[in-house]
Design a binder for this molecule. Sequence first.
Ligand code: TYD
Length: 217
Amino acid sequence: MFITFEGIEGCGKSTQAGLLIKFLRERGKEAVLTREPGGSRLGLDLRRILLSMENQDLSEEAELFLYLADRAQHVHSLIIPSLMAGKVVISDRFTDSTIAYQGYGRGIDTGFLDQLNNMAVKGILPDLTILLDLPAEIGLKRAQSRNTQKNLTVSEGRFESESLEFHQKIRQGYLDWAARNKYRFLIVDATGNIDTIFRSITGRMEDFLAKSFEKKH
Ligand code: TYD
């Protein structure tokens, strides 16, 4: 089973992904938590390049290919081997981030990005994608205060420094893309508190776990 978390900055993906991995492990599942960019050894170098304020002059094309290189290596070195070993894989961001940010955000054709994504992931698609949805104003405020608190403004602030309008486009893009791929998307209102959000996710997970159990027996 392959589950991905998506959403704009400050939507709480990392918190919810952390809770979900604990929930699955408590139910006896072997589960791996990973993220993009940065889910492989090579990816850690790419993450530093991609998020640093030093690289505000990165071209849109260079940005795109670096995300795709990160994804290709991540799928090859971690996601496929883990799925083959029967583990549940949870990734904090995956292909839909490229559609939302480079597609709806930067304006690159989403059909073309879909093809590039397919090449990078060797046919691996998420079984479930959890989209944490909230207004861009709220998400950005949360992300900026987190970066200031953790002193990450320079090393990881490249996207948080983009305009509110850019983040609004990304939010709308995610919703549009989710509507077109309904079969694998679960949209959760991320303005609520951590427990309420997590309960909506686990409600859906119970169905999923029941189905994966039925398949095996
Ligand atoms: P990260 O610190 O992981 O952000 P968050 O805490 O919001 O998940 O940084 C990842 C950034 O990279 C985020 O701003 C979104 C962006 N991104 C893309 O633009 N395209 C992509 O394909 C991916 C995976 C991420």
